[in-house]
Structures are given as structure tokens and as C-alpha cells.
Design a protein. Structure first.
Length: 259
């Protein structure tokens, strides 16, 4: 993957700009700085290697050279999108899931920000905000995808089983092609983000739906319940032991099948 091949593959998408790096600390950090200085909507930062990639709560994201996708997309909220900014992580999740579907895979979304293949994590999402006073100026949507088997972290570093597109497909997909499929889907889903059909599509891919799970939120008592679906803002809806609905909105949530 290089800048020339990326521009060729992404030419049809009408992006706001493209910055490609062979090596970078964090694509999200670069995108946040770019957004703060006036980057156009749909400006994209991509790196072949990240040395300081991160996930939620600054957890390290493993992005070795030549083997994964590390990209951050800048979104300037449209008027229809503004009331539904909490759905942005779902926008990214649906887009990566659609790219997987287009390759014949069966993805699920582990709420709030992971994509699973065969019960193993293949991609993660980190959404960060650039503020202008009390208003959201722009959103940076960071997406990391394990493409080659070499991009999967060692087992002793994993908190959840992981996999790669190569392992699931039995062949190595072209990174530029998967990036195109993801961004094409994101642009399409963005037009529907204010519709109930958006939430329904997200729910259809929700991992562990109907199963008993444990939810561990930071500094809060663990919650046990059955995954019931999503609220209109993208919050996770559970049914507790008494059948009462419980909405999970914030915090560091770890979602796993209850053993």
C-alpha cells in the first residue's frame, strides 16, 4: 500500500483530503490536529504503521508495518446528523461490517466499538471530538482492522480473542480495496443515520443478542443481563434478572458471554 495506489482506489469517493504516512504515532492524533485547523469534511488520514495507536481509554492498538489498516476519517456533522452524533460509532461499525459482508464474511458488532468474525475481534473503532466552544466542530472516526495474520497481537496481550481478515478468508485481501469498501459504506450509511432503519441494521448485527452477558463499567457494580437491543441513541439495552430494561450508555464496558 502506498499513497499512489490509495488515491487510485479511493478516487470515486470524493474525499475532502488524504494524508498518507508510512509510519505515524497515531492517525487519530494527526486527524484531530488537522480537523482543528480546518480540514474538509471526509478528510482521511491513513498510515501503514502506527507506533502509538490507541483504542478506548488509551489502550494500545497493535498496528505493525504492512499488515493492518489504521485510518481516521474527519466528519463535519451535517444538520440531519447533529441530533444523532451518539450513533457515530455505529456508523463506523456498520461500515466495516458491510465491507466484511461484501467479502462473504459474517460480521457481528460487539457493542460499543468492536467488529467480530467467528466470535473474534477483527476491528476496533475510536471516535473523538473536536469542540468549538460548546458545539461539536468535527468528529474523528478512527478505525483499525487486522488484515494479515501478522497484525493480530500475541495471545498473552489480548483481553479478547482476535483474528484477521486473512485468517477468516483463507486468502490475503488487498488493503486498499477493503478501505474503499468501508468508506463507500460509511458515506452511504451516513445519509441514513437519522433513520430508525439505521438502528435496526445495527441491532441485526449485534453480537450476543438474546444471550446473558456481563457488563463491567468502570467504578460501577458489574451488570448482568440479557442483550435485548439498542436504544435510539445507540445505547445498549439489557433485561436484568427481573426482566426490567436497563440502558448502558457510558463508561468502560466489557461485554462477554457469561460463563
Amino acid at each position: 500500500m502506498n499513497e499512489t495506489s490509495l488515491k487510485k482506489h479511493l478516487a470515486k469517493l470524493n474525499l475532502g483530503g488524504l494524508r498518507y504516512f508510512e509510519t505515524i504515532g497515531s492517525t487519530n492524533d494527526e486527524a484531530l490536529a488537522w480537523a482543528a485547523t480546518g480540514a474538509n469534511d471526509l478528510s482521511l488520514v491513513i498510515a501503514d504503521e502506527q507506533t502509538q495507536g490507541r483504542g478506548r481509554l488509551d489502550r494500545k492498538w497493535f498496528t505493525p508495518k504492512n499488515s493492518a489498516i489504521a485510518m481516521s476519517l474527519i466528519l463535519r456533522p451535517t444538520a440531519p446528523m447533529r441530533p444523532h452524533l451518539s450513533r457515530t460509532v455505529g456508523l463506523a461499525a456498520l461500515s466495516i461490517a458491510d465491507a466484511c459482508l461484501s467479502l462473504g464474511l459474517s460480521p457481528q458488532i460487539k457493542w460499543p466499538n468492536d467488529i467480530l468474525l467467528n466470535g473474534k475481534k477483527v476491528a476496533g473503532i475510536l471516535v473523538e471530538t473536536v469542540w468549538s466552544g460548546h458545539d461539536v466542530d468535527s468528529l474523528v472516526v478512527g478505525m483499525g482492522v487486522n488484515v494479515e495474520e501478522a497484525s493480530v497481537p500475541p495471545a498473552d496481550l489480548l483481553k479478547f480473542p482476535a483474528t484477521s481478515l486473512e485468517e477468516m478468508l483463507g486468502t490475503l485481501p488487498q488493503r486498499e480495496d477493503f478501505i474503499f469498501r468501508t468508506l463507500e459504506a460509511l458515506i452511504r450509511w451516513r445519509e441514513k443515520i437519522n433513520n430508525q432503519a439505521f438502528i435496526q441494521a445495527w441491532e441485526e448485527k449485534l453480537a450476543f443478542r438474546g444471550e446473558i452477558v456481563n457488563i463491567n463499567a468502570e467504578d460501577e457494580k458489574p451488570i448482568h443481563g440479557i442483550v435485548d437491543g439498542l436504544e435510539s441513541d445507540g445505547s445498549l439495552r439489557l433485561k436484568d434478572e427481573s426482566g426490567k430494561p436497563v440502558s448502558i450508555r457510558f463508561g468502560d464496558v466489557s461485554l462477554r458471554p457469561s460463563s
